[in-house]
Structures are given as C-alpha cells and as structure tokens.
Design a protein around this ligand. Structure first.
Ligand code: ADP
Ligand code: MG
Length: 261
C-alpha cells in the first residue's frame, strides 16, 4: 500500500553561495501544488532550476527561503516515502542488475525470496528480465537507466521524483518507458513529479505541466492537460496534443529570449 503524497510549497527560494562571496539565485518564489495521485511535469529552459527544485523536494537540497511540505509536514532531508531517479543512473558497479533493484528492499528487511520475486517482476516490467545477472558495466547506458527506474519503484514510494530519467534512452525505448510509467502510476496510485526538457513527453505524461521561467526559476504558468486517459502513444499525433505542445513551446521560447541565453 502506498501512502498519501500531497506536495505543497510556499514561495520557495534557493540560493547557491559562490566562492567569491557572491550568490546565485537558482529558484525564486516557486509555488507548486501536487495533489495526491497527480502526475506533474516540470519543464523550462536549461539552467532554470528544475533539478535544484526537484532536489529540494527529494530533501537533498536545502531551501534558502519559503516552505515545502509533504503531506502537510515540512520536508527535512531525504526519506523512504520518496523515490528518486536522476538523469544519470547511479548503480552499484559491484551488484548485478537484480541486486541493484532489490537494494532498498534489503535495507527494509524484506525476506530474501520476496525481494527476489519483486526484483524479477520489476526487471520484467522494464524489459530487462534476461539481464538480471549482468553487472552495470555489462549493460548499455539506457539499460542502466531502466534498472535505476526499477530500483526506485521497488520500495513503492508514495512520491516518485524523476529528473530527465529517459534522456539517455533511444526514441523507441523512451516511448515504451513513458507508456510503462503511466501504467505503473495507475497501478500504484503514486504521486509523480517529473522533470524533463522534452515538451511532448511532458504533455503526454501529465495532468499538469509546470512551465518555469528562465533563472531565477519561478512558475511561468501551470498548464492543465485535458487529454483523456489512458493515452495511447498515437495521441501524440492528435491536433489537441500538438496544440498543447506548441503552446508550451512558445512559453519556453519567450523565456529563453528574455534570458538571452
Ligand atoms: P536545470 O535543471 O533547470 O537545468 P539546475 O537546477 O541544474 O537547472 O541549475 C539552476 C541554476 O543554478 C543554474 O544557473 C546553475 O548554474 C546553478 N547551480 C546549480 N547547481 C549549483 C551549485 N552547486 N552551485 C552553484 N550554482 C549552481
Ligand atoms: Mg537539470
């Protein structure tokens, strides 16, 4: 059973100190509300603070100002209620794919047979069942990232945080993973915050797309995606879909022009 995961923020700002005493404000007055069971994507120009914001929700990143709440409680550090998938797969090189997937279950004290069965099920889900006994350096970058996704899913977190998780995958695998992620999301009732620079990916996955401004990143607009679910991949060619894509693309182009980057 997954617990409720409701995310709220109140004017979050995040500043990085620089060596010469200056500061960089990465995120400013950022507001995000994610309801229980909702799928929200965050898009914005490169360097606008998407990863910084996701790191704060994960609890890896201190916030300088404002508040961030998960289920009404202030976020203080990382927790097992959140599963995180980064851009780069960070697997243990000395563990096989299966051993990597079940790492969190080991920590949680799940019995050996049970965690093995769960690990195999998850590897199957990401299409890597035949590679259970391969070490990370025996897998392609894309395959490693799929192990990474399976590993985050293993502990059944109520909130999944993904930072460009499919960026390293080939186009076909990426589409398959998007479809699979929606299926898993439906099955688990998870709440998901997903960062991507791929607007079509954001529209396809989301209930809402949060479009960020250029740095310091704040919310430019929250776009509700009113496409029916389940969403077959072909929906990406529908006029409604393309309209959302263009609308968000135009917002981002305006932000890019403003920042002159
Ligand atoms: P995005 O994920 O949207 O591309 P990031 O969140 O990685 O953007 O970065 C946002 C801004 O914060 C960037 O301008 C970046 O240079 C700055 N930044 C990120 N990490 C650090 C850091 N550790 N120290 C100083 N500045 C940083
Ligand atoms: Mg990033």
């Amino acid at each position: 059973m997954t617990a409720v995961a409701k995310l709220q923020s109140d004017r979050v700002s995040i500043t990085y100190p620089l060596k010469n005493g200056d500061e960089v404000t990465a995120v400013k007055d950022f507001e995000i509300t994610v309801k229980e069971g909702e799928f929200v994507c965050v898009v914005g120009p490169s360097g606008c603070g998407k990863s910084t914001m996701l790191g704060a929700i994960a609890g890896f990143q201190d916030i300088s100002d404002g508040h961030l709440y998960l289920n009404g409680q202030p976020i203080k550090g990382a927790g097992r209620d959140r599963g995180v998938v980064f851009q780069q797969a960070s697997l243990f090189p000395w563990r096989t794919a299966l051993e990597n997937v079940i790492y969190g279950l080991e920590l949680a004290g799940v019995p050996k047979n049970e965690r093995r069965a769960k690990g195999e099920e998850l590897l199957k889900l990401v299409g890597l069942e035949p590679f259970a006994n391969h070490y990370p350096n025996q897998l392609s970058g894309g395959m490693q990232q799929r192990v990474n996704v399976a590993r985050a899913l293993a502990i059944e977190p109520s909130l999944m945080l993904l930072d460009e998780p499919f960026g390293a995958l080939d186009a076909q695998t990426r589409e398959f993973m998007q479809l699979e992620l929606l299926r898993i999301w439906k099955a688990t009732n998870q709440t998901i915050v997903f960062v991507t620079h791929d607007i079509a990916e954001a529209v396809y996955l989301s209930d809402h797309v949060v479009v960020m401004t250029a740095r310091p990143g704040t919310v430019r607009e929250k776009v509700k995606i009113d496409l029916p679910r389940p969403r077959p991949l072909e929906i990406k060619r529908s006029p409604e879909f393309l309209e959302y894509e263009k609308y968000i693309w135009d917002l981002i182009v305006q932000e890019k022009e403003k920042s002159n980057l």
